[in-house]
Design a protein around this ligand. Structure first.
Ligand code: ADP
Length: 432
C-alpha cells in the first residue's frame, strides 16, 4: 500500500500549496479548491476532510461533519508537525493526515485528512491471484506432461534393453546389442556386449570340453568292447589269449579311471578360491615329501630325481592342491624323459614370491605346441602320450591350482634336450 500513500501525498501537494497561499482555512469557499477536493476524493473513491486550528471541520466532501470538532490522534500529531498514514486492512482503506502550513512562517494552520478506498486494489489483487493460480496450475500440468513424455522417451530404450537381455538369458547369445540413443546407454551396451562375448567363449569352451570328455571316456570303452567282442567271437580261444586280452581290458579300465579321477580334480579346481584350504606350510618339507612319493616311479626308469633348495621357505598355500600341481609337473618330467635321465626340482624365494622349477632331460616340447599344453586334453603326440598313459588333463590341473594361489606358470623347452616349468606363487595368500 505504500505506493498508494505516496501517490495520494503527491496529488495532495498542489492543493496544499493552494490552501496555504489562499485564505481557504479562513473561508473554505474556493470553488477551484473544492472541485479539486471532490475530484481527488472521487478518484480515490474516498473522502477528504479539512480541519482548522480549532479542530473544527471546515470542509468534508461527504458534507457530513462540517462545523463539527475532530480530535483524532492523527490530526493532533499532524498539528505537531508529524504526518500520519494508516491502513485499515479490515475495511480496506488508507487514511492519511497531511498538515497545511502557512507559506510564510511554516506554521501548521490546518490538517487535510484523506481517506482512500483500497477495495479496487484488493479486487485487482484477488483477480491477479486467481489468474496466477490458474497460470501455476497450467504450468504444472504442462511441466507434468512434458516430464511424463520425456521420462517415457528416456526410459523406453531401457525397456527395449530389458527385452533383449531376456532373450539373452533364454540362451540366444549370437546377437550383439546395438543402442545409440545416448552415451550412458552406449557404455552399458558395450559392457553387455563384452559380457556376451565372454559368455560365448565360456559356452564354446564348455561345449568343446563336454565333447572332449565324451570322446576321451569313449575311447577306452571302445577298446574294451573290441577286445571283449573278439574274445567272444572266437570259439575255443586259448587261455593265453584270454589272459592277454583281459590284461589289455584292465589297462583300459585303469585308463578310464585315471581320466575320471583327473576330471574330478579339475572340476574341484575349477571352483572358486573360497574352496581353498590355506595354511602356512614349510615348502622345503612339502617338496621333499612330494618327491619322496614319486621317487619309485623315477627309480623304475633309473631317472635321477633331485631337489635343490636355495633357502628355507614358508608360505601360505593349499597343500593338497599344490601337491597336485607339483606332482603333475614331476610325473610329466619323468614320463616324457629318457631312461637314465634326470629331473631337477629347485626352490627359491624373494621377499614376495617363492619359485619352484621342474627341469628334465626329456624329449622336450616343440615350440608350436608350447602355448597349447595347458589346454584340457591337449597332447603333443597323441599316440606316444597314450602309450605313456596320459590323459591330457595334468597340466590343466596344474595351471588351475597355481592360478587359485594367484601364481603364474611358464614353460621353456627344447626338443630332445629337455623342459623346464617355472611356478611362481606369492608367499602370502592374497584374498581377492
Ligand atoms: P598328459 O596326461 O598327456 O601328460 P598333460 O596335460 O600333463 O597331459 O600334458 C600335456 C602334454 O604336454 C603332454 O601330452 C605332453 O605332450 C606335453 N608335456 C607335458 N610335460 C612335458 C614334459 N616335461 N616334457 C615333454 N612334454 C611334456
Amino acid at each position: 500500500m505504500t505506493f498508494r500513500i505516496t501517490d495520494i501525498r503527491k496529488q495532495c501537494e498542489t492543493i496544499l500549496n493552494q490552501i496555504g497561499i489562499s485564505q481557504y482555512m479562513q473561508e473554505p469557499s474556493s470553488e477551484i479548491i473544492n472541485a479539486q477536493f471532490v475530484q481527488l476524493a472521487n478518484f480515490h473513491d474516498g473522502r477528504i476532510v479539512v480541519v482548522d486550528e480549532d479542530f473544527t471541520v471546515i470542509k468534508d466532501t461527504f458534507a457530513l461533519t462540517v462545523g463539527k470538532t475532530m480530535i483524532a490522534p492523527d490530526v493532533i500529531d499532524c498539528f505537531h508537525g508529524k504526518e500520519r498514514s494508516s491502513y485499515d486492512a479490515d475495511n480496506n482503506y488508507i487514511q492519511q493526515a497531511v498538515p497545511v502550513k502557512d507559506p510564510v512562517n511554516k506554521r501548521v494552520i490546518g490538517v487535510v485528512v484523506i481517506t482512500a478506498s483500497t477495495q479496487s486494489i484488493v479486487d485487482s489483487l484477488e483477480i491477479l491471484n486467481q489468474k496466477a493460480t490458474v497460470l501455476i496450475v497450467l504450468i504444472l500440468i504442462l511441466c507434468g506432461t512434458v516430464a511424463f513424455f520425456a521420462a517415457h522417451q528416456m526410459v523406453r530404450p531401457f525397456g527395449e534393453m530389458g527385452k533383449r537381455i531376456e532373450v539373452l538369458s533364454d540362451g540366444f547369445i549370437d546377437e550383439k546389442m546395438q543402442m545409440h540413443n545416448y552415451k550412458e546407454l552406449e557404455i552399458l551396451t558395450s559392457s553387455i556386449n563384452k559380457m556376451i562375448d565372454r559368455m560365448k567363449i565360456l559356452n564354446d569352451t564348455r561345449q568343446e570340453f563336454v565333447s572332449n570328455v565324451s570322446h576321451e571316456l569313449k575311447t577306452p570303452m571302445t577298446s574294451i568292447k573290441v577286445l571283449a567282442d573278439s574274445l567272444l567271437m572266437q570259439e575255443d580261444a586259448p587261455v593265453e589269449m584270454y589272459k592277454e586280452f583281459m590284461t589289455d581290458i584292465v589297462d583300459e579300465i585303469d585308463r578310464e579311471n585315471k581320466i575320471i579321477e583327473d576330471l574330478l580334480s579339475l572340476v574341484k579346481l575349477d571352483k572358486n578360491s573360497n574352496d581353498l584350504n590355506i595354511a602356512a606350510v614349510d615348502i622345503n618339507e612339502f617338496l621333499e615329501l612330494t618327491l619322496k612319493r614319486l621317487q619309485p616311479i623315477a627309480a623304475k626308469r633309473n631317472i635321477e630325481l633331485l631337489l635343490e633348495s636355495f633357502r628355507p621357505v614358508r608360505a601360505e598355500i593349499d597343500e593338497v592342491k599344490l601337491t597336485l600341481a607339483v606332482s603333475n609337473l614331476v610325473e610329466n618330467a619323468i614320463k616324457y624323459n629318457e631312461d637314465n635321465g634326470w629331473v631337477h626340482v629347485s626352490l627359491n624365494a624373494d621377499h614376495k614370491f617363492f619359485y619352484i622349477t621342474v627341469s628334465d632331460s626329456g624329449i622336450g616340447i616343440p615350440k608350436e605346441s608350447q602355448s597349447f599344453i595347458f589346454e584340457r586334453f591337449y597332447r603333443v603326440d597323441k599316440s606316444h602320450s597314450r602309450e605313456i598313459g596320459g590323459t591330457g588333463l595334468g597340466l590343466a590341473i596344474t595351471r588351475n591350482a597355481v592360478l587359485l594361489h594367484r601364481g603364474t606358470i611358464q614353460v621353456s623347452s627344447e626338443e630332445n634336450k629337455g623342459t623346464t616349468f617355472t611356478v611362481r606363487i606369492p608367499l602370502n595368500y592374497v584374498v581377492s
